[in-house]
Ligand binder design. Structure first.
Ligand code: IMP
Length: 199
């Protein structure tokens, strides 16, 4: 900590995630992505759960930097697909596929499926003074029949959060953050950091 500001490394190369989290954190927190601290590293996601992959990211960076840091892993869990793509969301259509391929595959899998229920789940793993803490955020919603919108990233064009008729990709960042899984997990992280700084 310095000058009342928490400095944290965010173990990601995903600028979209960093932008979302910065919009939530405000000025009491300063996060730096791996690129911003000059670390060229692509941390693998080899595990079967979001919890383990989030921990893989945070512990890898903690070992390299010895600084407080956090990693996060997110999955889209579709009820009719028994929770798939889940932890494999980034690689759903194959190891070297892109977002469009993933969306196309998911829409194909659900082509005749009336149960469109799905949820995003984010797990954050914080390493603070060498100890690990985890925070979860869930956003319930449904998978649209087709893609809508140009904002956001990943599966945003086909995910409609409960309480809205618009896809995440049709929302501004502020609108997405009213519903977002990541926002809920980050709020728990922030509450933890505030509590720690008072004790
Ligand atoms: P990861 O957490 O980077 O492994 O992301 C898993 C997959 O879910 C990737 O394909 C991401 O693009 C996607 N993803 C993660 N967070 C979001 C989100 O907030 N909206 C839409 N897609 C997301």
């Amino acid at each position: 900590m310095c000058n009342g500001t928490h400095a944290l490394i965010f173990a990601t190369n995903n600028q979209n995630k960093a932008t979302e989290i910065n919009a939530i954190l405000g000025t009491a927190f300063k996060i730096s992505t791996l690129r911003e601290i000059g670390l060229e590293i692509d941390i693998p996601e080899p595990h079967a759960t979001l919890e383990e992959n989030a921990r893989e990211k945070s512990t890898t960076i903690y070992k390299l930097t010895q600084s407080d840091c956090f990693g996060e892993d997110t999955g889209l869990e579709v009820e009719a697909l028994q929770g798939a793509p889940g932890v494999r969301s980034a690689r759903y259509a194959g190891e070297h596929c892109n977002t469009e391929d993933n969306i196309k595959k998911l829409l194909q899998e659900l082509a005749t499926e009336q149960n469109r229920k799905a949820r995003f789940r984010t797990v954050i793993s914080l390493i603070e003074n060498g100890n690990e803490y985890q925070f979860e955020g869930v956003c319930e919603g449904m998978i649209a029949w087709t893609s809508h919108g140009e904002q956001g990233f990943g599966y945003d064009p086909i995910f409609i959060p409960l309480g809205s008729t618009k896809s995440f990709a049709s929302m501004t960042l502020d609108e997405k953050n009213k519903f977002s899984h990541r926002k809920k997990a980050v709020e728990k992280l922030v509450a933890h950091l505030h509590q720690k700084s008072r004790t």
